[in-house]
Design a protein around this ligand. Sequence first.
Ligand code: S3P
Length: 174
Amino acid sequence: MENNIILIGFMGSGKSSVGIRLSYHLKHTMIDTDKWIENRQKMSVSDLFASKGEAAFRAMETDCLNELIRTVNNQIISVGGGLPMREENHILLKRLGKVIYLKVTPEVVYERLKSDTTRPLLQVENPMERIRTLMKERGPIYEACADVTVDVSDKSFDQIIEEIDRAITAIKKE
Ligand code: S3P
């Protein structure tokens, strides 16, 4: 099913909040892979990391993509920030739909998430350093996975939605 719009990007890039607004705008429903996994496992992402480990969570993300490919169409899909890091997920993302990368600066992520306790990877002594390191590794992979990159750091939701809308229209004409 290739008619979905997939939002990828770092934690705190606004995938969920942009996704909700995009879903109103395009009148599509929205799925969030973290929520999908939490519902399936009846456990929060933090508890899954703590009790089953990150590797098990990453396998659940791949299972989720495989199931979404079989079952959904015309939806907005926001995926966890680490999901595109698994190489086998790249082809699955492409099969699932058009991939939009919401690009954000480390400073914006830090400001948004400095009091957050739900992202296990950022519960460290120096979250800013962790954000910078992860972003350096992940940035090129997000870019490589994406059909379109939208810089979202200092834009309003309206501007972001407009930009995504324009990009989707352009992709459809290709
Ligand atoms: C992760 C991002 C989180 C969640 C998990 C791991 C990551 O999702 O999947 O904590 O590796 O970047 P969000 O990007 O929605 O915060």
